[in-house]
Design a protein around this ligand. Structure first.
Ligand code: THU
Length: 154
């Protein structure tokens, strides 16, 4: 499957995607986001069935913080260096609100996802909320980063 899948309700996602989104949602409760108050959670499903989560980690020196996706990706490879990442779900919530708010992966996270995708030679599906109630499944990091810079250029 090489296409974007866009659904207009969370319940229209497949069960596997819904479960991963729920894990990402649980993770955002532990976001450290005192500066933006924008809490992001990510969950990575590995090839052995493990799920590794991450949440944004902000810093008083703003650029020293890290996005939820990269926290999850780097944790996954730190804990299970030989296990492929199959899917990543991303969720966000503004502090004080109860509903999720749309958030798609930033450019830097897309670049890191692509590096892992190339490293493991297997695409990573990315599930994220693009608009209120609308969810996207991207088939790969490459699909989110056309004309990307990769190790092939070095
Ligand atoms: N953030 C993420 O964690 N992931 C993204 O893909 C977009 C942005 C975080 C970074 C920062 O802590 C907060 O959201 C506001 O930009």
């Amino acid at each position: 499957m090489n296409e974007f899948i866009i659904v207009n309700h969370f319940s229209d996602l497949d069960i596997g995607a819904q479960e991963l989104v729920m894990k990402a949602r649980e993770a955002l409760a532990h976001a450290y986001a005192p500066y933006s108050n924008f809490m992001v959670g990510a969950a990575a499903l590995l090839d052995d069935g493990s799920v590794i989560t991450g949440m944004n980690q902000e810093n008083a020196a703003y650029p020293s913080g890290l996005c939820a996706e990269r926290v999850a990706l780097f944790s996954a490879y730190a804990l299970y260096p030989h296990v492929k990442i199959l899917k990543v779900a991303v969720t966000a919530q503004k502090r004080g609100e109860t509903e999720l708010t749309p958030a798609t992966c930033c450019g830097e996270c897309r670049q890191v996802l692509l590096e892992f995708e190339n490293r493991q030679q297997t695409p990573i599906e990315i599930i994220m909320q693009s608009q209120q109630y609308q969810w996207i499944k991207a088939p790969s990091a490459l699909s989110l980063l056309p004309f990307a810079f990769t190790n092939a250029s070095l």
